[in-house]
Write a protein that binds this ligand. Sequence first.
Ligand SMILES: Cc1cc2nc3c(=O)[nH]c(=O)nc-3n(C[C@H](O)[C@H](O)[C@H](O)COP(=O)(O)OP(=O)(O)OC[C@H]3O[C@@H](n4cnc5c(N)ncnc54)[C@H](O)[C@@H]3O)c2cc1C
Length: 404
Amino acid sequence: MSEQKQAQQHVVIVGAGMAGVQTAVALREQGFAGPVTLIGAEPHQPYDRPPLSKAILLGKAEDSAFEVDFEELRIELRLGLDVTGLRAADHEIDTEAGPVAYDTLVLATGAHPVTLPGAEGVPGVHLLRTLDDAVRLGPVLERRHSVVVVGAGWIGAEFATAAREAGCAVTVVEAADRPLAGALPAEVAAPMAEWYGANGAELLTHARVHTVEPGRVVLADGRELAADAVVVGIGARPATGWLGGSGIALDPSGAVTADDRLRTSLPDVYAVGDCASFPSARYGERLLVHHWDNALQGPRAVAAAITGAGDAPYDPVPYFWSEQFGRFVQYAGHHADADELLWRGDPADETWSVLWLRAGVPVALLAVGRPRDLAQGRKLIEAAVPVDPARAADPSVPLKAAVR
Ligand SMILES: Cc1cc2nc3c(=O)[nH]c(=O)nc-3n(C[C@H](O)[C@H](O)[C@H](O)COP(=O)(O)OP(=O)(O)OC[C@H]3O[C@@H](n4cnc5c(N)ncnc54)[C@H](O)[C@@H]3O)c2cc1C
C-alpha cells in the first residue's frame, strides 16, 4: 500500500490485550502511516496477562501495563468501551458510545474464562483472567484462606503454586484422571501430578464438582470440601459473542475461523490472538492457540498483510511457558499426530524433557527446567529436520547434535 493511500486508511482494532496492542505497535513498526484506533472494554491501561497468576497475585508486582507510548505512536486508545456489534456492509462497528467506521478492522477480543454452572454469583467464587480478578484474589492469599481450585490445567496449577507460596491450604479438584488432561498424554502428565503433593497441595482427580455453596464445595461422590475461596480454572472460550448476527464465520468453539493470512470471512476484517483459529499447513489442521507467543507473532502477520510488507502464510510453531511448583515448564510445537515419544532424562528428577517425533522428525517438545532443550528443539521443529532417536533420547547430548 502506498504511503499516501495508507494515510487515508483507518485501522480499528477491537480488544486492547496483547494481540490488539501488538497489532497496533506492529503496524507502526512496519511503517503504517494512517490512523489507528485501539478499543478495549477494560478500563485499565492495556496490560500483560501472564504476571496475573504469578508476581501480581503474590503482590510482588503492582501491575503489568505494557511499556508502549501510545501517544507517541499516534495510536488512539479508547478504553472502558464495549464493542457490541459489527456491520460489515457499512464498514462500521457499534459501541456503547455509538458507531465507529473502519477501513480495516482487526478482531482481537481474546477469550472469556469458562464459568462453573451454578457457581456464578456465589460469594467467594473467583475466576482468574483479568487484572480485576487478580486484585480480588490478593486478599485471599494475604489472609491465607483455605482454597479449592477447580481444574488442574495451566491456570489452576499456577494459582495453586502462588496460593501455597502464600501459605494457603490448597485442594485442587480435577474431573479427569490427571492434570493437564486436555494438553498432555497420561505418561507425561503423571510426573507432573506428583508436583502438587510435594508442594503441599492436595490433588483430587476423578473429582467432579456437584455444587458450590458459600464456604464449601460438594463433589459428585458426596465428599464435602471446606473452602474460604473457590478459584475456577476450567478453560476459556473465544470472546466472540458480540459478533452474533454479523455473518462472520465462527467454528463450533466460537473462534473466528481466519485463513492463513489471518483474514476472516468478511472483507477487510482480520482476527488474531485467543479469539481466532487458523489453518496450519505445518500440522495439517486448524489451530486455536490460547498462549502469549501467538498473541505476539500473529499481530506481525496481520500488520504485514495490511501494509503489504509481507505475504507469507501465518504458520508458527506454537510456543508457551508456565511457571508452576518451582519449575519452568516450556512447550513448543503440536504433538497431536506424533508417532514416537522420547524422554530426555528421568521425570522423577527436577529437570527433564520430552520430544515428540513424526516419521523421525521432531514435531513438539516439552521441557521442564531445560531451556536449552527448548531453544534447540524449537529450531529443529521449525526446520523439520530428522534426528537420530538414540542421540535425541540422551539428555547429555545437546539436541542440535542429534540431527541425522
Ligand atoms: C492468568 C493468566 C496467565 C497466563 N499465563 C501465560 C503464560 O505463562 N504463558 C503463556 O504462553 N500464556 C499465558 N497466558 C495466556 C495469554 O495471556 C493469552 O494467550 C493472551 O493474553 C491472549 O491475548 P489476546 O490479546 O488474544 O486476548 P486477551 O488478553 O484476552 O485480550 C483481549 C481483550 O479484549 C477485550 N474485549 C473482549 N471483548 C471485547 C469487546 N466486545 N469490546 C471491547 N473489548 C473487548 C477484553 O476485555 C480483553 O482486554 C495466561 C493467561 C492468563 C489469563
